[in-house]
Design a protein around this ligand. Structure first.
Ligand code: ZN
Ligand code: ZN
Length: 151
């Protein structure tokens, strides 16, 4: 059946994690474990993401908690992540900050160039940030002052 063939093709495509999978582990960084897969501990986080998050932390001046960083394919499936999720290549992070609402935190992230040029999604309890090279915004930014990315 045509439908089954398409499903198989989709699963095959899903198994490819792309060039990001070649990125070396940043295990020397003691803080690196916060980005590790929550289910198996593997850590293929992109150092560029770690640097961008540090910039956001400096801007926020408040503790920011990583709730999800790198996800292996098994874990990504378990949490219902998109099969092309940037978490799979270590180029995405989910964060929250007790002192700031997700919308305000997302707004701050637009001042960090790698995130401004990437994906920022506002969720009720966290903000998703990724390094896609196309400014993409989603979720409810209502509490934030600005919707637009500052050029
Ligand atoms: Zn895992
Ligand atoms: Zn995410």
């Amino acid at each position: 059946m045509k439908r089954s063939v398409l499903l198989v093709l989709a699963l095959v495509a899903c198994g490819q994690t792309g060039p990001g999978s070649e990125i070396q582990l940043a295990t020397r960084d003691a803080a690196g474990s916060e980005f590790a897969c929550r289910h198996c501990g593997r850590n293929r986080i992109d150092p560029a993401l770690v640097a961008a998050l540090q910039e956001l932390r400096n801007l926020a001046g408040q503790p920011i908690t990583v709730t999800s960083g790198f996800r292996c394919p098994e874990h990504n499936r378990a949490v219902g992540g998109a099969c092309h999720s940037y978490h799979l290549t270590g180029q995405a992070v989910d964060v929250r900050c007790d002192a700031l609402t997700p919308a305000i935190l997302a707004d701050l992230a637009t001042r960090v160039p790698p995130f401004a040029n990437g994906g920022i999604g506002v969720y009720p309890d966290h903000v998703h940030l990724d390094l896609r090279l196309k400014p993409t915004r989603w979720g409810n930014w209502h509490e934030s002052n600005t919707l637009e990315v500052t050029p």
